[in-house]
Ligand binder design. Structure first.
Ligand code: SF4
Length: 146
């Protein structure tokens, strides 16, 4: 029943990246299976939640040739790529797909070593997110709930 719905617990829906690509900074992360890949993914999540008109999008869908996701990348206001390590897999995916990359960041460039773990710290995520936000001129609401 509607009166029993806790509005605070409802998911916050994101803008449609396909409908609104021209108005959005579209973020692609490598989401690699190592510390820095996971940090990069969580940075993308944080920028989506706390940034202005920023939206994480599906890197794997671009790699798979999804026409809709290729279109999103090509229409985006800006494309921001966050890779974990110097292999720069997500940036290569975009380049192969013909998507113009406005910013390409690598987590290891922020002083973090690539480790074989998925246990990462919120502090490292925040550090990279704040640095990227500053570089691209994105204001963050750092009080946003994780
Ligand atoms: S850029 Fe590095 S961390 Fe990311 S998917 Fe490629 S090898 Fe893994």
């Amino acid at each position: 029943m509607a009166e029993n719905v806790d509005m605070e617990k409802l998911p916050k829906f994101l803008p449609s990246c396909h409908k609104e690509a021209e108005n959005l900074d579209i973020i692609f992360t490598c989401s690699g299976a190592a510390s820095v890949g996971k940090i990069g993914h969580e940075v993308g999540v944080l920028l989506t939640k706390a940034g202005q008109n920023a939206r994480l999008c599906c890197t794997t869908a671009v790699a798979a040739g999804s026409e809709m996701h290729l279109d999103i990348g090509k229409r985006a206001r800006r494309v921001i790529v966050i890779d974990g390590c110097p292999m720069k897999c997500a940036t290569k995916v975009m380049e192969k797909a013909g998507i113009k990359v406005d910013y390409s960041f690598t987590v290891t460039d922020f002083g973090m070593a690539k480790q074989p773990t998925l246990d990462i710290s919120d502090e490292d995520v925040l550090k990279v997110a704040l640095a990227i936000a500053e570089k691209v001129g994105m204001k963050l609401n750092v009080n946003s709930k994780p």
